[in-house]
Design a protein around this ligand. Structure first.
Ligand SMILES: [Zn+2]
Length: 410
């Protein structure tokens, strides 16, 4: 049994002072008001504001190698993609393990306690996937490895270059290899329409959707329907499906996603980095979708930046404030709750630092003031996986993994 006294904590949708949590077998066994007059035994005190662990619903771990380096030339989404392929080409199971472990440690230190890894670099299989699972285990965060089907470089075009390493040839062969596990379709560009039925009934199922206008135009030219309509007509939308980005949608697309209860993962820091555009997140929720966040290309890894990005992007697009409350945004970001029976994931934010002091130490501090650098203590499944003291070491680990990858001395 481990116990913590939380100075302030987000419990049942409100900030409360002095919460005692007891953890057994990686889950909360008891969550109760602490009595300050009675000592709480050996409970360690977590000073600051503690929130539930945050869930990163969309990641490509190897994209961490591109941070900073892809900003040197102006470029487009498509030139960025060429640079991304150049990194992918070099990766081996060993170098991917080192990079992914460091990246997942950065995630843990930033407040993410779980990750959905959208994995399409499956060559040589299964070594690359095993490397990712091992990396997450060592970093201490939970991983859902979404084995991703990638068969074509565009509508009706065969895979080319490094994409050949990712292709199983057909969706049937992909399914034979993957079995019943979590799955992803890279995009409607990457899997021909006549093979999409293979994915019917699978959950969780993730798919990149309408990130770029060019994808919509090509889909309309190839099939006469939008990517959303295509997924709907192939029976692939529903509560077990997560569409990633959902940026350029028609009104009908929003209705189809909402009426089927599909989850939409929005990745604001990637979408702004890649000049994708601003998706209709608020309208998707009004239509019936659930929303999650992801750090995707890891242009930054900062869950607070993703959450406030949802609100700030809407403000810029509409010139109106107050689309989301901080409480709503925290609920979107949290993987669970600080409640009995839930996985014992805790993220403590320092509330006396330069960015957060004097901001009220409440949900608005978490969403509108804090950054990943303000996270002081992270517990995942009852285990401490990162503290502020780890930041320098994680930086060194990233530097080493990336120096090796880019062929430079550390
Ligand atoms: Zn992605």
């Amino acid at each position: 049994m481990t116990s913590y006294l939380l100075e302030r904590a987000w419990v049942d949708g409100a900030v409360r002072d002095d919460v005692l949590v007891e953890i057994e077998g990686g889950r909360f066994a008891r969550v109760s008001p602490a009595d300050r007059r009675n000592p709480t035994g050996d409970a360690a005190t977590l000073r600051g504001l503690t929130i539930p662990g945050l869930a990163n619903d969309h990641s490509h771990a190897f994209h961490r190698a591109l941070r900073g380096r892809t900003q040197r030339e102006r470029g487009t989404f498509w030139t960025w993609r060429e640079q991304m392929y150049a990194v992918a080409e070099q990766l081996t199971p060993d170098s991917y393990f080192a990079l992914a472990r460091a990246t997942y440690r950065e995630m843990a230190a930033s407040g993410y306690t779980s990750v959905s890894e959208f994995h399409y670099l499956h060559d040589p299989e299964p070594a690359m996937g095993d490397a990712l699972r091992a990396a997450a285990a060592e970093a201490g965060i939970a991983i859902t490895l979404l084995d991703t089907c990638y068969l074509s470089s565009g509508f009706g075009a065969p895979p080319e270059g490094v994409q050949l390493r990712w292709s199983d040839g057909t969706a049937e062969r992909w399914a034979e290899r993957v079995g019943d596990g979590p799955a992803a379709i890279h995009s409607v560009r990457a899997v021909p329409r006549d093979q999409l039925r293979v994915f019917r009934g699978r959950a969780p199922l993730h798919v990149h959707l309408s990130e770029q206008v060019a994808e919509n135009e090509a889909c309309l030219a190839a099939y006469g329907v939008t990517p959303t309509r295509l997924l709907h007509d192939e029976g692939l939308l529903g509560p077990g499906t997560t569409v990633v980005h959902a940026t350029h949608l028609t009104d009908e697309d929003v209705d189809l996603l909402g009426s089927t209860g599909t989850n939409a993962c929005i990745t604001p820091t990637t979408e702004r980095d890649l000049a994708d555009g601003i998706g209709p997140a608020r309208r998707l929720v009004a239509a019936g979708c659930r929303i999650s966040i992801g750090s995707d290309s890891h242009a930054v890894i900062d869950p607070f930046e993703e959450l406030r990005g949802l609100e700030m992007d809407e403000r810029l697009a509409t010139q109106v404030r107050g689309h989301w409350s901080a409480a709503e945004l925290l609920a979107i970001g949290a993987g669970g709750q600080i409640a009995v029976g839930e996985r014992a994931d805790l993220v403590t934010i320092g509330t006396t630092g330069p960015r957060t002091a004097g901001t009220g130490a409440d949900e608005n501090t978490a969403v509108f003031a804090a950054t990943a650098a303000d996270v002081t203590h992270v517990v995942a499944s009852g285990r401490v996986v990162a503290t502020r003291d780890d930041h320098e070491e994680i930086g060194r680990e990233l530097d080493e993994a990336l120096s090796t990858l880019w062929g430079r001395a550390p």
